[in-house]
Design a protein around this ligand. Structure first.
Ligand code: BGP
Length: 465
């Protein structure tokens, strides 16, 4: 396979991680507990207490990223390191850690891209109602104020909230909906509050860190109709409105997508909206959209009353909605070992569709494949499946750029092995292998996978291969 299109010199070839999946040191240096620290992990998977110990080994890791040639590193800031209780007294040790991390990136000319909230709500706030309590909006504003005043001069790109749509639709799997909200109506209220919090942070960023840019980071999956029947096409429209545009229309245009709104109304899930909320949402103008892309959906008409998301807690949530859509497998697509459909062309489709709707520059904040990697006796890891996956996706990314989509950068998931949201460390994503398993911490030694050398070469050649 060949890819001849040369990306712009300034294109941000990067890689991503998130605090609770990589840092460990869950109770070091006054860090407060987050919902991720208290959640019950799935059977036979690691908890998030040590992860790959990046908190203590960030220097070694960033050195490796620099050796790989990364131009950008997307990480997340743990709210509970900055404000252990989610609000109130701040923690100097936590604030200093991210200064050190950012400075270490800058030392190697790696551009820091910071996500402000990546699934790790402070547990102290969760106990007071979490995102169901509007006071969490004020806490997020307080946290944002510290983030922008501390790091706003050094960090050129902030991502406000990671995958808000996944937190609403699959919060039971990633552990973001714990005790508080088990009902759809309540979840859509949370969604509204989170959007308000995000809008406030966006406005604040422009005020306090005028040189920085900020954008939301949803997970976008376009929907294909299973057949060319008009009913299936309509089902695809319903599915994308409910899964994607509900969120992005609020973040970018400050308005509820009318198709999603009709669904919320029909199901009696409409949120309560305070006076002034919609004006505030409109006032907040993101500078770009960060897109996490893994796969697409394929859907068909659904007239079966039995097939709906129903009660919260069912793992099938959002897979089917009677009267709207039913998700089905796509026979044209292969799957990863973990059952995720692989759709490189869908990546190009996604980028075109998102840009067409919102006309904002895009930053790919996640894309990648979870595999069972094997450390060989001689310290090598032959992850050709990952290389093949990236080749196919980068080729489509190049086509999207050629189509005219302005893409600022590509930060695949993940820079280094870390703990998956719910499938442990056996599901590896990194360019760097970390010697540990779900059962044993071992020595946590780092090894370069074949994909590490491959990505290095690709970056050097500005995306050609
Ligand atoms: C995204 C999340 C990441 C990450 C990735 C892979 O949804 O933003 O935190 O983990 O997906 O998913 P998983 O870890 O479930 O394999």
């Amino acid at each position: 396979m060949k890819q001849n299109f040369k990306f712009d010199k300034d294109f941000l070839w990067g890689a991503s991680t998130s605090a609770y999946q990589i840092e460990g040191a869950w109770d070091f240096d006054n860090k407060g507990k987050s919902v991720q620290d208290v959640k019950e992990v799935f059977e036979n998977t690691s908890d998030f207490k040590v992860c790959v110990d990046h908190y203590n080994r960030y220097k070694e890791d960033i050195k490796l990223f620099s050796e790989m040639g990364l131009k950008a590193y997307r990480f997340s800031i743990a709210w509970t390191r900055i404000l252990p209780n989610g609000k109130g007294k701040s923690n100097k040790k936590g604030i200093d850690f991210y200064h050190r991390l950012i400075d270490e990136c800058l030392k190697y000319d790696i551009i820091p891209i910071a996500t402000m909230f990546h699934f790790d709500l402070p547990y102290a706030l969760e106990k007071e109602g979490g995102w169901s309590n509007p006071a969490t909006i004020d806490a997020f504003e307080e946290f944002s104020r510290i983030v922008f005043s501390e790091y706003g001069e050094k960090v050129p790109y902030f991502l406000s909230i990671n995958e808000q749509n996944v937190m609403i639709l699959h919060g039971n799997v990633i552990g973001t909906s714990l005790e508080q909200e088990k009902q759809w109506k309540g979840l859509y209220q949370q969604n509204h509050y989170m959007q308000i919090a995000q809008a406030k942070a966006t406005i604040l960023c422009h005020e306090l860190a005028p040189n920085a840019k900020i954008g939301p980071a949803p997970n976008i999956s376009p929907a294909y109709p299973k057949s060319c029947s008009p009913e299936d096409y309509l089902a695809a429209m319903n599915a994308t409105a409910i899964r994607n545009w509900l969120y992005l229309d609020l973040s970018v245009y400050g308005q509820y997508n009318f198709q999603a709104w009709n669904y919320l109304k029909d199901r009696d899930y409409l949120p309560h909206i305070e006076d002034g909320d919609m004006e505030l949402l409109k006032q907040a103008k993101p500078d770009f959209i960060a897109v996490n892309y893994y796969n697409t959906m394929t859907v068909e008409e659904n007239t079966n009353k039995e097939e709906s998301s129903g009660e919260y807690g069912d793992q099938q949530i959002a897979m089917a909605e009677e009267g709207y859509y039913r998700q089905v497998n796509n026979p044209y697509l292969k799957e990863t070992d973990f059952g995720w459909e692989i759709d490189p062309v869908g990546f190009r489709v996604t980028l075109r569709e998102v840009y067409d709707r919102y006309k904002l520059p895009l930053l790919i904040s996640e894309n990648g494949i979870g595999t069972y990697d094997k450390l060989e006796e001689d310290g090598t890891i032959h992850d050709e499946e990952r290389i093949f996956y990236y080749e196919q996706h980068i080729a489509q990314l190049a086509k999207a750029v050629e189509d005219g989509v302005p893409v600022i950068g590509y930060c695949p998931w993940s820079a280094i092995d870390l703990i998956s949201t719910h499938q442990g460390i056996r599901k590896r994503y990194g360019f760097v292998y970390v010697n540990r398993s779900d059962e044993e911490l071992s020595d946590l030694k780092r090894y370069k996978k074949d994909s590490f050398y491959w990505y290095k070469e690709l970056i050097k050649n500005r995306g050609t291969f």
